[in-house]
Ligand binder design. Sequence first.
Ligand SMILES: [Zn+2]
Ligand SMILES: [Zn+2]
Length: 347
Amino acid sequence: MTDIQDRFCPKCGKPSKNNGLCNHCLVENTPWVTCDNRVTHIHCPSCGATKTVNTWTDTSRERADMAPDIARSAAHFHKDVKKADIAVDIRDISINRSRATLSITGVLYGEPVEKTCTVEIVWQREQCDRCNRITGSYYEGLVQVRADDRDLSPYEMQTSAAIATQIEDTLQASGERLSFISDMNETRDGLDITLGSQHIGVMIVQAITAQLGGRYTTHPKLIGEKNGRQLFRITYLVRLPHYQRHDVVAIDRIYAEVEQVDSHRVRIFDLHIGKSRTVNADTIKRLIGNARNAEPALVTYLSHDSIGVLDPVSCASVELRVPPWLSVKAGEYVRVLRDADRLVLVR
Ligand SMILES: [Zn+2]
Ligand SMILES: [Zn+2]
């Protein structure tokens, strides 16, 4: 056992608990904190995103809110410092400069330590990767939504646009900054959506075809090279099926409502017998309308297999056969489409 009193500090000569310098002299010899003279903060003047090393990140924080954290990042502590604390006072000098005073305290080898340093914050502006692409009209993907041998319906137009916007929101929130929509246009042919990345293009066409049916094809085009990598611009062409869900069509001598469309097969609900079945698309004779656009018609009477309804346009009373799927009372409304001068009951 060594007697503690036998050990002395070689610098000040006072008793030391260590095998060498006492704690007091150890602290004086240790650079326990260093401060950078300046820190540069890069932000995008258009969207406010901030750049760290080479990565842009979206932020909603204001300059006054970020400044203390940026100033604190200038201080670097020795690993043995405990209870480190930094109080920050910020003075804005100009639009591009702030001066921060850091009052730094801590405990090193049991001794309290403190220091003050001044850090200049440089607020640097730089257009971010995303704004750069948007202003430069740069794009990687183009989604074209078209319908097979007909115009896009307003419902398909709206649904496709809503799907695209929702996917953009999700990808932006997850940090995929370049997955943005730079342009969306309703054209004579359909809907065109211009995109910043290919990933968002694939997500959008998959979601549109999942919801509205149809298929998509991919058409890449080489547009150049960057850092030895070939750059492609991809057009995703969505072809919505000729028949849409809820279309009411004539097949043979009956009417049917379209429930689902694959490439050439159509599942229909037979409005005559009230059952679903699958048919070839080419057995469909013609389109009557879409059940979404059906008109309400008042039921005036009900007998065991027929009902009387008032034609909503002519107000004439029309007698119709009651299909097995319909359950209605006199005084209620049914939904009808028009096939020339006939009324067609729909669900
Ligand atoms: Zn000493
Ligand atoms: Zn930006």
